[in-house]
Design a protein around this ligand. Structure first.
Ligand code: AMP
Length: 417
């Protein structure tokens, strides 16, 4: 690496890209103002305890990823790894009386000492919001709807909204006990991180992306079923409210998100246009006690990665502008496959707005449909027959080299991205 290059996981940003960032921030500002949020700019550097106190001492962000150091005066300081803890500190500093509300948004750099990879940076930037002092499921639904409205408006729509509940702190002991009982006999086959989490933070195991751990995690008890009536009712209201607002979502029982401060609703937006690190935005309801404050501050918020948002936006622009070629043709074999093909095409158009997709409803032979796919220049062909329908999969054929793979229906968008 030459001495003039920026550090790995960081980059220099010049015009004209700078204009994209300004435009994005202005669009966010305009939308968040319409929902009654105001802008806040907090310092990039904070006392370390602002983060350790609230994110949880045993979370990955605190244990492995924080840029923490001691300054010349012996003070423990940290470059902020996320926005919520600092914004809540700022709200507390401004003074928040019982019953007061504050809804704020922010932009800015965050720092995490992660191993750099595509879409994973050490300095990245987030657009985030926090709404504190309003503890109701309707607030959660509105906040999430605002995120989806924002993403759609800036050309980053097409993501999947995954939601779940963490319940209340009083639900944790029974959840942790059930998870510990389930994972203990399997733990020797799981990764080192999961082995550590078994005793430090067992629900975090549910977040592990390691394929070997995933198989075991799939059989774990559903945490919502272990929660009390109040938590389940809260979550039902969030879901009903989102449906009322016309926001599409998927309840994802294994979604817990990394930090300890979450209660009730947690959510993530993933986007197939991002490939492996497919999280575009994430957040949830939290309870935080800012250092030096006695009471708990409850709120809901989320953050969206700006670099990833710009990647999604680029992938959403139809790539083949000027060409009439089809990117994906869907071959439907048999009467039952036709309505499924129609549904798959529609769902893929939402998830991958950059692609041209055509499903064949003619119910002709495989050979005839493949001939048509060839004629329209399809780069990929998805084959949906009776066997595939029964197994919930689709065969994905790459027309360039005739190779083919079988993909679960829920993962087709990722395979095509
Ligand atoms: P998190 O606070 O980890 O939920 O992150 C919220 C959002 O910030 C993610 O959905 C990503 O869009 C973005 N993000 C988080 N970590 C990184 C990273 N290391 N590099 C780039 N973007 C990131």
């Amino acid at each position: 690496m030459s001495a003039t290059e920026p550090l790995p996981g960081t980059s220099d940003l010049w015009e004209p890209e700078v204009f994209d960032w300004i435009e994005l921030e202005n669009a966010a500002r305009e939308i968040f103002h319409r929902y009654g949020y105001i802008e806040v700019r907090t310092p990039i550097i904070e006392r370390t305890e602002v983060f350790t106190h609230n994110l949880g001492e045993t979370t990955d962000v605190v244990q492995k990823e924080m840029y923490a150091f001691e300054d010349r005066g012996g003070r423990h300081l940290t470059l902020r790894p996320e926005g919520t803890a600092g914004v809540i500190r700022a709200i507390a500093n401004r003074g928040l009386e019982q019953g007061d509300e504050c809804r704020a948004f922010y932009f800015g750099p965050m720092f995490r000492g992660e191993r750099p990879a595509a879409g994973r940076r050490r300095q990245f930037h987030q657009i985030g919001v926090e709404a504190v002092g309003n503890n109701s499921p309707w607030m959660d639904a509105e906040c999430i709807a605002m995120l989806m409205h924002f993403l759609e408006t800036v050309g980053a729509g097409g993501g999947r909204l995954l939601i779940n509940t963490r319940g209340l702190p009083e639900d944790r002991p029974s959840i942790n006990a059930a998870l510990t009982e389930y994972f203990t006999p399997h733990i020797s086959c799981m990764c080192e991180d999961c082995q550590r989490r078994l005793s430090t933070n067992v629900s975090r195991i549910l977040d592990c992306k390691n394929p070997a751990c995933q198989e075991i995690i799939n059989g774990a008890p559903d945490i919502a079923s272990l929660m009390g009536e109040e938590s389940r009712k809260y979550f039902d209201n969030v879901c009903a409210s989102l449906t009322n607002l016309g926001v599409a979502f998927e309840v994802t029982p294994r979604l817990v998100r990394g930090l300890d401060y979450y209660v009730h609703t947690v959510f993530e937006v993933t986007h197939a246009g991002l490939g492996g690190n497919d999280a575009l935005a994430g957040g949830g309801r939290y309870q935080i006690t800012p250092p030096g404050m006695k009471g708990v501050v409850e709120g809901i918020g989320y953050a969206c990665g700006i670099e990833r948002l710009l990647m999604v936006r680029a992938s959403n622009v139809v790539k083949a502008a000027g060409s009439t070629d089809i990117d994906v043709a869907i071959v439907c074999l048999g009467d039952a496959a036709v309505p499924e093909g129609l549904k798959l095409a529609q769902s893929l158009r939402h998830q991958l707005p950059g692609l041209r997709i055509k499903a064949d409803f003619s119910a002709r032979s495989m050979k005839a449909q493949m001939r048509t796919a060839n004629k329209v220049g399809a780069k990929k062909v998805l084959i949906l027959g009776e066997n595939e329908l029964a197994q919930g999969v689709v065969v994905c054929k790459n027309m360039a080299d005739s190779s083919q793979v079988t993909v679960p229906l829920t993962e087709v968008a990722t395979a095509l991205a």
